[in-house]
Design a protein around this ligand. Sequence first.
Ligand SMILES: Cc1cc2nc3c(=O)[nH]c(=O)nc-3n(C[C@H](O)[C@H](O)[C@H](O)COP(=O)(O)OP(=O)(O)OC[C@H]3O[C@@H](n4cnc5c(N)ncnc54)[C@H](O)[C@@H]3O)c2cc1C
Ligand SMILES: NC(=O)c1ccc[n+]([C@@H]2O[C@H](COP(=O)([O-])OP(=O)(O)OC[C@H]3O[C@@H](n4cnc5c(N)ncnc54)[C@H](O)[C@@H]3O)[C@@H](O)[C@H]2O)c1
Length: 584
Amino acid sequence: MAGYYSADCALHPRPKTEIIKDLLLKTSSLKDRKERVVVLGTGWGAVATMRNLDPFKYEVVCVSPRNYFVLTPLLSSVTVGTVEPRTIVESIRNICPHIKFVEAECTAVDHKKKTIQVTPTDAKFTSSSRAVMDSTRTRPGFEMAYDKLVVAVGAENNTFDTPGVREHAHFLKETGDARRIRAAVIDAFESACNPAQSDTERRRLLNFVIVGGGPTGLDFAAELAGLVHHDLHPAFPELKSQVRIQLVEAMENVLSMFDKKISEHTAQHFRKEQIDVLSNTFVKEVKEKEIIVQRKGSKTLQAVPCSLVVWATGIKCRTIVNKLREAIGLKVQNNFRGLVTDGFLEVKGAPGIFALGDCATIAPRRLTVDVEMMFAEADLDHDGGISLSEFRAWTQKRVDEYPQLQFLANTDELAEKFKKYGGRGWRGDPKLKLKAFKQVCEEADRTLRTLPATAQVASQQGKYLGQRMSCMPTAYEEASSLNYIKKRWLGFVGAANLERPFKYVHMGLMASVGGEAATDLTRIRSKKSIADLLNINAMTGEALEALLLWKSFYLSEQCSTRIKLLLLFDLVKASVFARDVSRY
Ligand SMILES: Cc1cc2nc3c(=O)[nH]c(=O)nc-3n(C[C@H](O)[C@H](O)[C@H](O)COP(=O)(O)OP(=O)(O)OC[C@H]3O[C@@H](n4cnc5c(N)ncnc54)[C@H](O)[C@@H]3O)c2cc1C
Ligand SMILES: NC(=O)c1ccc[n+]([C@@H]2O[C@H](COP(=O)([O-])OP(=O)(O)OC[C@H]3O[C@@H](n4cnc5c(N)ncnc54)[C@H](O)[C@@H]3O)[C@@H](O)[C@H]2O)c1
């Protein structure tokens, strides 16, 4: 596949024209033109899809309010200046040279007419520069037709409608957010340094609050503690004793969705790093100079004076996604977390539309729905019972389609389950009868989990979708001699890809939990994570660089050489010289 990919990259023609000619696809037949795939977004899912889409086969049009890709796992390193903002972004025109790009927002999808409404980007979204604002005002909106649509618009920050969050708190989602946070931290230190400042105000200025003890809040708290202890303390020694970092979490533990051991390990590191964790504490309101919190079980509200508030309480669907769910019908689109797709990432109730990443969720395929059919399939000798070898063969055959069978992938586990449920057959062999087989299927279905909203999932889905779409037969392909030559030359036969549903391979989730420590958050599937393989699971005392390099290691497919080189340069710069604490 790698050979195919590099050869394909070399062959990628830049689009003959940047301008989309036939907006509503009315002037030519499918045989004379390439199918148009419109991709919404320039994030993890969208970029991975576009990089794997066959440019000979499709006219790929990308619509996104952001004309660059962001390496989100390194955003928190940008907030403290370990990594520069430019290092973690890459122009979409550089990484996907074979596409047409429109910097705009998709504001509506008509899935029956197969068109989208494109609206000029709100200038505030990407830039506050006057020149850009003036030019964006001249951009007209338009309607565009598609043959296939890929929705990869990600998700937005969830404020739970908490008053004051949008006005007074910072999110951590875009490079602009990271830059603003960096400036706000330095600003607070400079204001606290003012000789005429009162003690109360100085304490308020130096109290930094993070709301939400999930991976985002945790990553940022750890980075901030590192900056304060290593670079700001030497620069502002007189303020050292007054700095406080507080992480407010509504649940009993931080990272409450993960294993208890991980939460405890994290809490222990946070104590070392002098980060106060206020657990069982709910933020009710954010004001200009304080947050209002309520402890679990208490009726009284308490004000916590602070300067910087970073809001990291999770994500929710974007408006465009909710609009599309409603247009399709909420009976079919019944998951408020995102667009429900089948195992091939095609949106339920909207043929020709695919969705992936944070804006989508795959409908679980339960074994128990087709249990009689499964039983008949597994019972190869039709004797009304399933032997251990039949059970093993059936598990291996179906595991790709039903990932919940993975808990039986281990031979011992499989034999154990078989023993647990197996009755005695008429020849004295243990055999699974239908009732027992149903119980095994129920147990397997209980292990079903929705995939986490991570870059790993989005990029694997994008790669899968791009490759699968490249195998789909189109009318234009049959007529294209280039495609014929490519197929002959590369010997690429992708028919098998068409029948294979998406399968996620978990590589571990990592977050920094202290200035110099990192932890592997979880293993959602039974596959070993790279962190395990490298034996850096729950590493302590390792340098921050190890974490960053680990991140860049598993992200390497999506990282260009430019990003890798700049990242290396930033890391060397940050470890040889202190991080830059100037406010420019
Ligand atoms: C601070 C931080 C750290 C993270 N660290 C990790 C990590 O270490 N490991 C990990 O696996 N995951 C991590 N994640 C999660 C990861 O970033 C997301 O899961 C991932 O970005 C999801 O990819 P996506 O393609 O679905 O969406 P995104 O990457 O968010 O991309 C969405 C794209 O859609 C565009 N868009 C939005 N609205 C529209 C519209 N109306 N029309 C057209 N385009 C639109 C956006 O501009 C953007 O280009 C982190 C997230 C954050 C915020
Ligand atoms: N290293 C990584 O892999 C990584 C890093 C960042 C984000 N992500 C992914 O991005 C997604 C979003 O992550 P996240 O950390 O933003 O959110 P999250 O949903 O994982 O965690 C949010 C936390 O905020 C708490 N909370 C909610 N409302 C609150 C309130 N009013 N007051 C106090 N606490 C409150 C919740 O109890 C929860 O613990 C997740 O799917 C995550 O896996 C992954």
